[in-house]
Design a protein around this ligand. Sequence first.
Ligand code: GLY
Ligand code: MN
Ligand code: MN
Length: 446
Amino acid sequence: MRRPSYDMNVFRERRAALASRYPGAAFVLPAHPEQIRNNDVNHAYRQDTNLFYLTGFEEPGSVLVFRPGQDPESTLFVRPKDSFNETWYGFRYGVEGALSEFGVDHALVIDDFEREIVNLLRSCDRLFYHWNLDPQFDRDMLSVLEAVRSSSYRSGGGHLPVFDSAEAIGELRLFKSEHDIRILRRACEISANAHIEAMRFAKPGVNERQVMATLIHSFYMQGAVREGYLPIVAAGSNATTLHYIFNDQTCKDGDLLLIDAGAEFGYFAGDITRTFPVSGKFTEPQRRIYEPLLEIQKALVQMVRPGIRYRSLHEASVDAITELCLDLGLLKGTKRQNIDSQAYQKYYPHGVSHWLGMDVHDVGRMIVDDQPRLLEPGMALTIEPGLYVPVNDLSAPEELRGLGIRIEDDVVVTATGCENLTETCPKEIDDLEKELCTPSSWRGPT
Ligand code: GLY
Ligand code: MN
Ligand code: MN
């Protein structure tokens, strides 16, 4: 029997926390749909985050039915043991393994789902389910709701009310436990080390793709399970494309290189952006943007503490970056006019932060009771101001055209402020120039 590499108490505690909030309800959480095998080769599979969060179970073709306060409380439907499929595609826990290794109350084969689910839902007063992840499963759930309605046990003839499971579980996932923070810290540490390797590797003449290979090699060598997302490795004016993913151009002398990349470790993801000169020395126009933007980024990190409104971070970034755009001659008029008209969005079109966790853009409401959310200890978020001057922006000073800079760190809110989980990744100009980008440290192809 394979042994899962995760501590099952973690998942039991998470289920208990969910149970205490939703007595009488039922959660139905299907596995992430299996990837289509393309010409009989496999592609990476990642479990649905919410199913993993509550079980640690990583196989496709499974469903968790969780009924707080009922017996059985947790029922895991799994693929059966099958020697043919296990010979071709690998080990399955089966019903026995699901019970012995994952600590659920009850396990059944997935083929029994249709027969058993109505019995399991009949005694529940509402259903938590997230539509639109798997169209086939959605259709099955519509039939299930109809079957529950028409069963004699549900008086009044109505369907079970359905609430969004992703939102309910998202509110739990938003608050990271000590255990979660330990794993996230490691994901961030791996990501930071990989950025340093990429900085040391980059030099004029290397391809963005080779830099990406350096990052990914470093992630895996340090024990990451996968990339948290496709890295952005953007040289020169490619950095002004926010979600640049081609990563296939040559890094040139005089270019800045923007790298946005993070590793996934234990289902938690790091998310770091650094921007540095390919040749190891910032030019004067590059410094003119980088220096003040770094000060803005550091001031935003300093702002993070319990009790401030999450939204205030973005508002502060808009204020400071609009002022910077005026100083740089990118915008004209007053700060107020440029903010009110949203003219600043030409150079700063994205938000300054998102929640971070098991998904890179993690879950959790940003507005609560119609009010912007207050930060609380245990929330993890990014701080990522940027400034991007389109290469064809004839209204911008010529020497600034085509520059794209973003600086992104990952922080977790503590009782008194925040812990910067990515502070080992250099971002000061001196550190970038002296230690990482000098010819003596170049290790790339010649
Ligand atoms: N890497 C995605 C983001 O920064 O939001
Ligand atoms: Mn981010
Ligand atoms: Mn990022």
